[in-house]
Design a protein around this ligand. Sequence first.
Ligand SMILES: [Zn+2]
Length: 282
Amino acid sequence: MDFSEDEIQRYARHILLPEVGGTGQETLLKARVLIIGAGGLGSPLALYLAAAGVGRIGLVDDDVVDLSNLQRQIAHVTARVGHAKVESAAEAMRALNPGVTVDCHNIRLGPDNVRELVRGYDIVCDGCDNFATRYLLADACVLERRTLVSAAVLRFEGQLSTFRPHDGGPCYRCLYPSAPPAGMVPSCAQAGVFGAVTGVMGTLQATEVLKEILGIGEGLSGRLLVWDALAMRFHTIRLSRDPDCRLCGEHATIHDLSGHAPAAASAAVHGAACGHEAMAPS
Ligand SMILES: [Zn+2]
């Protein structure tokens, strides 16, 4: 291990943990994580991954910071309203830890760019705000054999799971075979979201990403964590692989992304101002 004095100090509380140690910290510094959405979930996620020393962090978002974002999207500040979200979040991450590399992808994900993007990283995090992107990303991760850590929030509820079908776990489509009809599940922009709920879920997502990188503890592959913030109750639901899944099943029919609409068309279902639709109607 070849840490500088500054790195030894910065990561001292990690290095003290037997589950992380110097070797684990070195693994984090070499890891590459892609975050889709620099919003309510992406803010704490990006900040905690940067703080933890994840060496390369990619941010994907084509939106600009809006005043209505600041109730929960804590990587952004009032002075950066109107700035590109990826640049604004990158500024906060670099201020926190100049040792990490942040790749800003100020683009909308589409079938033409998602696979190449996903291929450049080890783990992918979904914190997006629309079903078109969610399914596109889920499909691309299965096709590229990338672990997907996926979170969603709406009102006072959050959900989190990890999809690793290349290791035998279920994929997103095993859980939700296809997107609900447009308008059936309201977006945060329509139904609202309690700001701190996105902070908790994004932080839980960061915890799971770091555990996946380090290979420690019990991950959420095959389990869905559901949190009801009003009742303050967490519970987990067992998920099993669907042998008839169109994406990861034995007789899969999805072999590429040709069934997805181009990025420009999918923008129509983009929930502009706010957060993240729930994974399913609740
Ligand atoms: Zn599946």
